[in-house]
Design a protein around this ligand. Structure first.
Ligand SMILES: C[S@@+](CC[C@H](N)C(=O)[O-])C[C@H]1O[C@@H](n2cnc3c(N)ncnc32)[C@H](O)[C@@H]1O
Length: 196
């Protein structure tokens, strides 16, 4: 029902539930956060680019937790989950760590994405997003990560095809570092064409 190497238009949770335990090598998860929109209201929510963001289906905390729990189930031992986190969720770290309860995930690294362009902010203006690196037990570094030249601050400007487009070159490097040919990579909320 779901296709490999193409975009599937589906609820990511249904896709995850269709997968067998321990079959995926690397996963990316880029939740459609509601928290940041609740917290940061610049008066442009629902207008212009703000409208494109608001029109996307939001994920509440329970939905995010359900995705992470399913990703934990389908990942192979020592597999990686690259979780995109915004400043609000990073600074409220307890929330993020709470999502890992009852999973085999260990927080092993973090990469800062420098977007090379400046956004909004009440005090400092946002120019970065954060990629939390989670590894399923057992934690292994050398045996499961082949590229040791990836910096933990990554500069990449992206052409937006989606209001939340993430850096493709960084994701390519991470996939190459954590997989070998034949492994399956999963991105259950990749955006673009999904609507509920
Ligand atoms: C932050 S965006 C992902 C952007 C993507 N990483 C990129 O680089 O373009 C999150 C996406 O998740 C989608 N989404 C929300 N709920 C979903 C669900 N239950 N299943 C699958 N996708 C969902 C939203 O429509 C949104 O497009």
């Amino acid at each position: 029902m779901y296709k490999l190497n193409s975009k599937n238009k589906a609820n990511g949770l249904d896709l995850l539930r269709s997968l067998k335990d321990k079959t995926i090598k690397t996963a990316f998860f880029d939740p459609q956060y509601r928290g940041v929109l609740d917290k940061l209201k610049y008066g442009n929510e629902g207008k212009g680019r703000g409208k494109a963001r608001c029109d996307l289906p939001q994920m509440d905390e329970d939905t995010i937790k359900a995705f992470i729990k399913e990703i934990d189930r389908v990942l192979k031992p020592s597999g990686y989950l690259f979780l995109w986190v915004d400043k609000f969720h990073l600074c409220n770290g307890i929330g993020v760590l709470g999502w890992l309860n009852d999973t085999e995930f260990n927080l092993v690294d973090m990469i800062v994405w420098d977007k090379c362009k400046i956004g909004m902010g009440y005090r400092s203006r946002r120019k970065s997003e954060y990629l939390v690196v989670l590894q399923k037990s057992p934690v292994k570094a050398k045996a499961c990560w082949s590229d040791h030249a990836i910096p933990d601050v990554w500069q990449e400007k992206v052409e937006k095809v989606h209001p939340h487009s993430k850096p493709i070159e960084l994701q390519k490097r991470l996939i190459a570092a954590t997989t070998v040919e034949g492994d399956i990579v999963l991105d259950p909320a990749s955006g673009g064409v999904f609507s509920i």
